[in-house]
Design a protein around this ligand. Sequence first.
Ligand SMILES: [Zn+2]
Ligand SMILES: [Zn+2]
Length: 198
Amino acid sequence: MSESGGLNPERILRLASMVLMVMTLRERSANVGDQNQAALAFPEPGSSEGSYGHPNLCSRPCVLFLRGTCEEGAGCGFCHSAHLQKPASFDKTQRKIVKSWSAVKLLEAILPHLRAKVKAIHHPGAGVLLELLQRELALRGPTNHSTGTAGVPSQIHRVLARMSVVALVGILASKLKGPVAVLLKEALIDLRKQVADP
Ligand SMILES: [Zn+2]
Ligand SMILES: [Zn+2]
């Protein structure tokens, strides 16, 4: 059998695998198209409960909505509006470091970031959150051992800078616990409502 143009078994196999590959690619792009359709057919972006206060005060983006498979609709607790950036979170090592901090150190590390973000929201109600936290810091310290933000690794500062107000308040609330955690969550809910319907 000649090599040029003849259909030897090797060539047939190669052709068959090429056809398969093209078919798979086509199927895949068809699926992507379906997903886009599903996303378009969904309720207006921003209509979920988690979208209130978007982009600064909303919940984390809804992963299911992005895939076009969120069935919660308006009742979904996650944000259905477009987020350009992936929400920032600590890696394992950073989480361990932050967990080892005292409440005072955590407050001192997070407050400057929260202050900057709240300022950017330009809403009078946003000040309540800061007041609560500043009062808490005054009540708890700063202690003699306090080093301010000096001991905070720069990678952790970078993550904090990219976290949403909701994420930062969440970290603080779970560390502080008790009545102040409840007050923080209430202040956040109020603020989200105010921002959603001014
Ligand atoms: Zn959002
Ligand atoms: Zn959702």
